[in-house]
Write a protein of this length. Structure first.
Lengths: 305, 305
């Protein structure tokens, strides 16, 4: 098997967790222990992961210490979280492999992801990010060049969520993956960049991590794309009927009917469909606890051609 | 040539800079442009770098937003800076290589560095880090388990500066280095870890980046260790006589006489001596502007056997 595994935010943080690194480490271990045999074994695996709560905290920290420390744009903050979470996950995975007497090398590396700067997804700020601000701050926030949106809890900054076009470090990732190194990369969707006449430049946006996972899975000729989330199955309808084995065309119909909410299950299903359309064998959407069973066809939502 | 290049903090930030990422990017470009031919060429190169001001700002940000966001231990903050600075340097280096029509791959990866937990350097907190605190906060700071020291500007936290023993990801770094990938890693000395019966665990400390550079240079059988700093040469004596070509044994005598201040030139000279003692050919201490000339034997302090 050639596997790309996208870990959802809940692999590191759940609703009642306190958000400290101690609880993140505990949660990471708990999330990955059910697949320790897989991690320690012979399959080729790449892991990517979300960074929502962590980049949210990073934004709060930057805001709280201005002007004592300089502002820090979003591309740099995403890179910071690739560093911090990469360390946390690499350590957790390596310890599980050691415990299982596995011999696999583990590496966390930074990924820059080139986005399509012509697409509307880059021009339109749609993704809410960071803290809530009081309504009185509107003018001040807009002076920073931010798009802001009124919500029930106050103003929220919106950033673009551009579509990923290419992972800049792809060739190195590919060679590590082929050599069975367990690569952890493109956390939080990777750091968004565009190419200009001056070379690569960073942009303030957040790429959907499932979309990058799908892109990486296609480029690496993965057989399996596994999207780990907080539920065992994708649901449809008022009765919340869990989807088990389903074809790409069947789930596409549900998708087109609007069964899957934007910003949660929608992008995951879309990533799975895209992967199968570009040559993938199987997309699995399930909880980390059920991944091993799902790979045997006995749990989770399993999408095939 | 097989080169390990350690970039000092001033490659990214100089005394009058405002500390924004815009100025860091400008400074990185300015520091690396003089060696763009080297970066784009056929030599094997690994780059490591400091993170002093950046981890200092990270500590300030954490402090400023407690209790809105949870505390963040030093090993995680060092990893964050490996992420943020790795991105910044990788982008800068890649753009310089593209400009020179080079074909080299560039990668920024996280490094965990195992420290010697038996050594005094781990037990003794000696390295000042982070913001200055008012003297009234002494009891509160000590309740956190911190060592604090009184300075002219207020209280300062002290952390251990343990000696590096082993880079956890060494085998991957070696294989990338041999394949001529330009690896950027172990920023800020790498993230300090110890091994316990539970596997690798992080520790709160800061490893000297020149010491890690020397260790990496030895392990990679580098021929050249280049330590880039803010002066063209190492100085000795009251007349500040610049050292040019010098043998390891000659500079060792100056070192033992206490010519080089701790925390600045001392660790650089020590790293150079250590590299030569373990089989290195040439250690260079100079400014980034003079690296190319120094490699031709025409500038910098050049230490050989």
């Amino acid at each position: 098997m050639r596997i790309v595994l996208a870990l959802g935010g809940n692999a590191l943080l759940r609703p009642n967790d306190d958000g400290t690194v101690e609880s993140e480490l505990k949660r990471a271990k708990q999330s990955l222990q059910p697949i320790e045999t897989l991690l320690s074994g012979r399959e080729k695996i790449l892991i990517t992961h979300g960074n929502g709560p962590q980049v949210g905290n990073a934004l709060l920290r930057v805001e709280a210490s201005i002007p004592k420390t300089p502002p820090r744009p979003l591309d740099h903050l995403v890179s910071d979280t690739q560093g911090g979470l990469g360390y946390l996950l690499e350590r957790t995975v390596r310890n599980l492999i050691l415990k299982n007497n596995g011999s696999r090398e583990v590496l966390a590396m930074l990924a820059q992801v080139e986005i399509d700067s012509d697409k509307d997804s880059f021009r339109n700020a749609i993704k809410p990010i960071g803290p809530y601000y009081s309504i009185e701050n509107k003018a001040e926030l807009e002076r920073k060049g931010w798009f802001v949106k009124k919500t029930d809890r106050g103003l929220r900054r919106l950033v673009p969520s551009p579509k990923p076009k290419r992972v800049v470090e792809l060739e190195i990732i590919r060679s590590l993956f082929e050599n069975r190194v367990l690569v952890i990369t493109a956390g939080g969707g990777g750091t968004p960049v565009v190419t200009t006449e001056r070379g690569y430049e960073g942009v303030e946006g957040v790429i959907d991590k499932d979309s990058v996972a799908s892109l990486l899975a296609c480029e690496l000729n993965a057989t399996h794309l596994i999207i780990a989330t907080d539920v065992d199955n994708v649901w449809v309808g008022k009765e919340k009927t869990p989807l088990e084995k389903i074809t790409k065309d069947e789930i596409k119909l549900y998708y087109e009917k609007g069964e899957f909410p934007e910003g949660s299950m929608g992008p995951k299903v879309e990533a799975g469909i895209q992967f199968l359309e570009r040559g993938g064998e199987m997309a699995i959407i399930t909880s980390t606890e059920k991944i091993s069973l799902a790979l045997q066809g006995e749990a989770g939502t399993i999408i095939t051609n």
